[in-house]
Design a protein around this ligand. Sequence first.
Ligand SMILES: *Cc1c(COP(=O)(O)O)cnc(C)c1O
Length: 371
Amino acid sequence: MSLFSDLFLPHISRLKAYTPGLQPTETGWTKLNTNECGYPPSPRVAEALVRELEDGAASLRLYPNPTSAPVRRAIAAYHGQGLEAENVIVGNGSDDILNLLVRCLGGPGAATGFTYPSYSLYPVLVEIQAGHSRVIEFERSMELPVDQIAISSAKGFFLTSPNAPTGVSFANRQLEEILERFHGILVVDEAYAPFARENAVELLSRHPRLVVVRTLSKAHALAGIRVGYALGHPEIIASLDRVRDSYNVSRLSQVAAVAALGDVGYYSALIEKIKATRDFYRNAWMTKLGWFSFPSEANFIFVEPKAQNGQTGLVIAQSVYHHLLSRKILVRAFPNHPLTASFLRISVGTDDEMLLVHQALLAWQPTAPSV
Ligand SMILES: *Cc1c(COP(=O)(O)O)cnc(C)c1O
């Protein structure tokens, strides 16, 4: 019984907050646990921020553009394909955007759908609105359960593609099959799409019930600046606009976002480098260690550690996790579900970071008593 239990709504007292990956404050860690970019953002970002802070940061006296209008225009131009500023809403990270979507589509009496595994923030957002979650579980193959999603009665269905934490991407052909049959709004969370072969943006012009969510946190190396956005039909965007905070994106964030989106050359080279590193190590771990991983179209590798005797599972994955931790290498484990417990998710870092992980994995010896 808490002091205030008669004041807070009952579902708030029962809430469990989202658990983010560890963010250590000391230096010396190789941090490959939250899919941040191993490389810095475009130099144009720092230049633009310095310019914004001229005259003793005098501009910070003033509120930012309330609709992030310059960022919306930059995003529309960046994607092209007939998109206009009215097709875009900008948020304080894509988490803010996902929250706006659940505010509009979820809530008491409404069902919100998502798959398992996928981004574990969705159920938290649904519970905050006191809504119902409809969870569709993948099989071990991680193939998209198109039919189950298509017949779902959820008002909004959240699909991560490429998926987290598996890295598996879904084909536009499959998304279209869902869009043709599903009655709700299909939200495709494309946080990792810059690392994928295909993305759903081209489907927007044909499918008004599709919303594509993007972030600058991963491929644009700006997790600290908190900018994400959604692309969709102007009426959907207008609804999201009604429920957002009036100044939801700071001045500095808007400036950084416009500068980053303008430097396409820098980011295409960066993304190619990360993809090459990813494919090199995924292949090395399959051939040198014999460890299974799903084909990744993201900036991480979801890998299933295997002992010499062929054993895999939670105990083996935990043994590797702790071995890496003892070498100050941080990766992500998902011990709470049989579909994910035998795996570790390792973000693709710089060459130096990846070499450290690689050497540590080669040096791992199972320490668990059951092996
Ligand atoms: C990282 C991530 C986000 C969050 O992005 P922010 O813009 O930093 O809030 C959203 N969805 C997925 C699937 C992610 O992996």
